[in-house]
Design a protein around this ligand. Structure first.
Ligand SMILES: [Zn+2]
Ligand SMILES: [Zn+2]
Length: 389
């Protein structure tokens, strides 16, 4: 029997507004957009932030996959969740078909999302009008509490605490359950309960982590967002297996997100900070969730060879130190061949030597293990590391 596999890709992870500041490159500047491919081939897009444009370009590439019959869940109508729509090229291709799901906004009434499309593309805000969009679009209204199935997958929607409303989605696939809960603030008893219901026993729980716990209590109270600490509390309470910190503040630099991630990792066993290009695979039951960076941002990837010393902790809990050569390194992380088997989610220190202008320079990087595969050399494992500073 083959194990059913679901693949979750992150195309946009930034909250509120896109960022192009180089200090935010590593986690990425596009606003929310996720793609989930279920084991039965059902394609689900979560939110239509600016990350959606890149997903559209990917589909247009040879062997980039097909756009036909995709289901698109929109959590709410704030700019950062809809801004990618006019730039999603598959919408301009005849014979493509999309099923959109979102709620009826009390500010817009019937056909809310359809109206959002029209308003976004109204003149003079966009060069072409809706008639240029030749793909078939079907719109379905969803309310908090609704459940429906798409293929073999069950989707449940719940209201979250956010200005003008926001839906969280729980998607149960035969390979595992993903809870997507962006844009929510703790403090409303009923909706806090809804959030825990969405996250109950989920393999992956994606939660708003825009603010620090201090900001959430003071200057950012009432803005509709959450913190890593609240995410940890909900994950623990609801028995979620892996927590993904999401919707990074546009003012958070990579180093600030690193620090948020480090604090969360001290409190919860399996945590990722969502980063653009990250792919999480769900499959073998009971296995810890693993992530990788499949080179969607290849321009940033360097072909190089660095001698490195790697220190970490083995699966069995023993400290190790090992010399190796790092061949695959990007802005976000590296793939390192090791004889030792480090523990998933444990921290690694990587000291690399690189030729600089005045002789060999050493570079110290700290990261954590996000993936372990069989290595290309016998007796080695290929270890995926995401740098945290
Ligand atoms: Zn948002
Ligand atoms: Zn919002």
């Amino acid at each position: 029997m083959t194990v059913p596999i679901a693949k979750l890709s992150f195309w946009g992870v930034r909250g509120s507004t896109p960022t192009v500041d180089p200090a935010t490159w590593r986690y990425g500047g596009n606003t929310p957009c996720l793609e989930l491919i279920a084991p039965d081939g059902t394609k689900i897009i979560l939110d239509c932030g600016t990350g959606l444009r890149m997903l559209g370009s990917r589909w247009a590439a040879p062997n980039g996959g097909k756009a036909h019959g995709t289901h698109i869940l929109v959590t709410h109508y704030h700019w950062d969740h809809i801004q990618g729509i006019p730039f999603f090229s598959p919408l301009y291709v005849e014979n493509n078909e999309f099923h959109f799901y979102s709620f009826r906004s009390k500010f817009l009434g019937r056909d809310s999302l359809k109206q959002v499309f029209e308003a976004q593309m109204a003149l003079p805000y966009f060069p072409v009008d809706m008639s240029a969009m030749s793909a078939r679009r079907k719109f379905k209204e969803v309310d908090g509490g609704d459940s429906f199935t798409v293929g073999e997958n069950k989707i449940t929607a719940r209201w979250l605490n956010h200005p003008q409303g926001c839906l969280g989605f729980r998607i149960e696939t035969p390979a595992g359950t993903v809870a997507y809960a962006t844009d929510n603030e703790p403090g409303d008893a009923k909706m806090d309960e809804s959030l825990r219901e969405l996250a109950a026993g989920a393999d992956i729980f994606i939660n708003d982590a825009q603010f620090t716990p201090e900001q959430l209590e003071t200057t950012r109270k009432g803005w509709g967002h959450s913190s890593w600490l609240e995410g940890v509390k909900v994950a623990r309470h609801a028995g979620a297996k892996t927590l993904v910190l999401f919707h990074h503040d546009p003012d958070s630099t990579d180093r600030m997100v690193d620090s948020i991630l480090r604090q969360a990792r001290e409190e919860f066993d399996s945590v990722f900070a969502a980063s653009e290009g990250m792919v999480i695979t769900l499959g073998a039951p009971g296995d810890p969730v693993q992530a990788h960076m499949p080179g969607t941002r290849t321009a940033l990837r360097r072909e190089a060879q660095f001698h490195a010393k790697v220190c970490g902790v083995t699966e069995g809990g023993k400290d190790f130190e090992e010399e190796t050569v790092v061949r695959d390194i990007s802005l976000q992380g590296a793939l390192i061949s090791l004889k030792h088997l480090p523990r998933l989610q444990s921290e690694l220190q990587v000291t690399m030597e690189a030729p600089g202008s005045d002789g060999v320079q050493s570079m110290n990087l700290r990261g954590y293990v996000v993936r372990i595969d069989e290595g290309p050399e016998k007796g080695h494992v290929a270890v995926g590391v995401v740098f945290t500073d």
